[in-house]
Ligand binder design. Structure first.
Ligand code: PLP
Length: 402
């Protein structure tokens, strides 16, 4: 074997726990919305590291923000001390969300674990048995035990029972099914404003409004998991702003660090001051380098021009996808989503189409069982969309003619 890439992958396979089905490329560079493998192959990236790399690749301002931390020689100082970057980011997050308090961690699953702890402690302060949580069918909240327990998809849970007790699953977008599950032991409702892994399913506005009303009426903590749909993706900084419904807790990760590991939980009102010293923590949460990244990201996405661009690109992408739907009515069932979190539901599982696109240097993702997911960097432009659509068009045609 003399191909560098194949050799690296062979090495990786011999030492990695086999938890991923990686595609056969080793990435190590990028510019704009393109990524490059170690052999210099160039891919148009409509996956953005699964909704992470919102600024694309090679953003000079982002690199400079990181360099400033690197040059000071300290990346980590532990939460025994303060660091100015995390204070800066907490201020930006609370100002932008109009919420109150921030807890920093490193990933989406950790942000949800923190939210579940807030919910339980809040519930228990009222009644020792008030510990159960309502989640949704087809939801995805992460892979640690609390988050996994609230993930409403058996395939992720099956091998790991027993999970957290007291989690029940309502039907997404069906407020009556949520109401039917509320009891005296319920402390919280957790929901993604747009279900991501479950198949890019946006909540109806009335559903989120209904959840807010139920949470208020029954004194529950309403948690919005914006790990995938937050941070400018819907063309608002927070997805909940696209719906005009504010939760008690919002969880963030993925795009927050623009590519650096970073998560956060933001609380408001009754969810404030629930976790106190000793209740929760994270060695790396609020890490200087991750915070410098998040601070830069928040500056970019809070710019109206940036958000307007997301909105315009969303409209253009959706228009182009509808043209494909008209061309391939037998293959394409539905197009849905918000901003630049768009799903195209197919008649058949779309692996072959995604593989064909990959062979033609376009990176796309699947969601659910039959949805092609578009979560590109938010800095894409019309010509990137045209290029992606042309590759996808050929892929659908080729797979259909097989
Ligand atoms: C909505 C949602 N919540 C939580 C997670 C878990 O995030 P992480 O992989 O950073 O733990 C994900 C990851 O895909 C997600 O999409």
């Amino acid at each position: 074997m003399n191909n560098i890439q194949e050799k690296l992958i062979e090495d990786g396979k011999s030492v990695f726990a086999p938890t991923y089905n990686q595609l056969p490329i080793v990435l190590d560079g990028g510019k704009g919305v393109h990524v490059f493998d170690v052999e210099g192959n160039d891919y148009l990236d409509f996956s953005a590291g699964i909704a992470v790399n919102l600024l694309g690749y090679g953003d000079e301002g982002f690199s400079n923000a990181l360099k400033r931390v690197i040059d000071n020689g300290i990346f980590h100082c532990s939460n025994i001390y303060w660091n100015k970057y995390s204070i800066e980011v907490a201020n930006k997050l609370t100002n932008l969300s109009k919420m109150d308090q921030v807890f920093f961690c490193n990933s989406g699953t950790e942000a949800n674990e923190a939210a579940l702890k807030v919910a339980r402690k809040y519930g228990k302060s009222k009644d020792i048995n008030c510990t159960s949580v309502i989640s949704m069918d087809h939801s995805f909240h992460g892979r640690t035990f609390g988050s996994l327990s609230t993930t409403g998809q058996a395939k992720y849970q099956e091998s790991f029972f027993p999970l957290l007790e007291g989690v029940s699953y309502a039907t997404y977008n069906d407020i009556k099914s949520v109401e039917a599950l509320i009891s005296s032991t319920t402390c919280a409702i957790i929901v993604e404003p747009i279900q991501g892994e479950g198949g890019i399913i946006p909540a109806d506005k009335e559903f989120l409004q209904g959840l807010r009303e139920l949470a208020d009426k029954n004194d529950l903590i309403l948690i919005f998991d914006e790990v995938q749909c937050g941070m400018g993706r819907t063309s608002e900084v927070f997805a909940f702003q696209s719906y005009g419904v504010t939760p008690d807790v919002v969880t963030l990760a993925k795009a927050l660090g623009g590519g650096l590991p970073c998560g956060a939980m933001i609380t408001k009102g009754k969810a404030d001051n629930i976790l106190i010293a000793g209740d929760h923590g994270s060695t790396f949460g609020g890490n200087l380098l991750a915070m410098a990244a998040a601070s830069y990201v928040l500056d970019q996405i809070s710019d109206k021009k940036f958000l307007n661009h997301v909105n315009l690109m969303s409209k253009y992408l959706v228009k182009k996808l509808y043209e494909l739907k008209d061309k391939y009515p037998k293959q394409i069932v539905d197009i849905r989503g918000l901003g630049l979190m768009i799903g195209m539901q197919m008649t058949n599982p779309p692996q072959d189409i995604i593989k064909n696109c990959f062979d033609n240097k376009l990176l796309l993702l699947k969601a659910g069982t039959d949805v092609i997911r578009f979560v590109p960097p938010l800095v894409i432009c019309e010509s990137d969309i045209d290029e992606a659509i042309s590759i996808l068009d050929k892929a659908i045609e080729e797979v259909a003619s097989k």
